[in-house]
Design a protein around this ligand. Structure first.
Ligand SMILES: Nc1nc2c(c(=O)[nH]1)N=C([C@H](O)[C@H](O)COP(=O)(O)OP(=O)(O)OP(=O)(O)O)CN2
Length: 177
């Protein structure tokens, strides 16, 4: 089976407030890498002319725009983190750079949210591709890999239309900014 694999880097900050790691309750940042593995929905042999599964720029274009313009330098916060309200009150112009998650923004959750978002992009573009696996390197020594249906792993607390990871747009929260 032929598979396309793309890697993108991004800077981020987050904090984990629900007790998994005391040091991570202080806002801190990482330079992370996200690696996506794309497969054709209907695999075919190469055609003897173009010989591509899909042109790279078509397969990765929207995803890389999302990572570069929305995710890069975003501050990832749990939706019940009091810092969200702080930004609403004090720096509303920065709300578009808050990435809001149902519970702590761990790398496990991000992997599931990102795969869901990516599959919405690929489906909306009728690319004929789907993301079969995703890896996020949070640090050089910690990686999370996910395969499967992300919606079975994401805490499901709101209707789909109120979940940014289920929309094929550039949003990273459901805040009104
Ligand atoms: N299961 C998870 N555990 C932790 C996560 C996570 O996303 N999922 N995240 C963190 C923190 O973000 C922390 O900053 C990174 O973890 P840590 O192991 O402290 O990172 P190091 O680079 O210091 O790793 P070393 O290889 O031990 O130097 C914590 N836990």
């Amino acid at each position: 089976m032929l598979e396309l694999v793309f890697t993108r880097r991004f800077a981020m900050a987050h904090r984990l407030i629900h007790g998994s790691s005391e040091v991570c309750a202080t806002p801190h940042g990482h330079n992370e890498e996200v690696k996506i593995y794309l497969k054709p929905m209907h695999p075919q042999s190469l055609d003897g002319k173009m010989n591509v599964v899909a042109p790279f720029h078509k397969a990765k274009g929207t995803w890389h725009r999302f990572i570069d313009n929305s995710v890069d330098h975003a501050f990832q916060l749990a939706e019940n983190d009091p810092l969200v309200d702080w930004f609403v009150q004090n720096e509303p112009r920065r709300l578009s750079k808050l990435l809001i998650t149902p519970g702590d923004p761990t790398t496990e959750l991000l992997a599931c949210l990102f795969m869901s978002k990516l599959n919405n992009f690929l489906s909306a573009e009728q690319s004929g591709l789907y993301c079969e696996q995703i890896e996020i390197l949070e640090t050089p020594t910690n990686t999370v890999r996910f395969t499967g249906n992300p919606l079975e792993f994401i805490p499901n607390i709101r209707p789909p239309e109120q979940c940014w990871w289920q929309r094929a747009d550039m949003s990273i929260s459901d805040l009104k900014s």
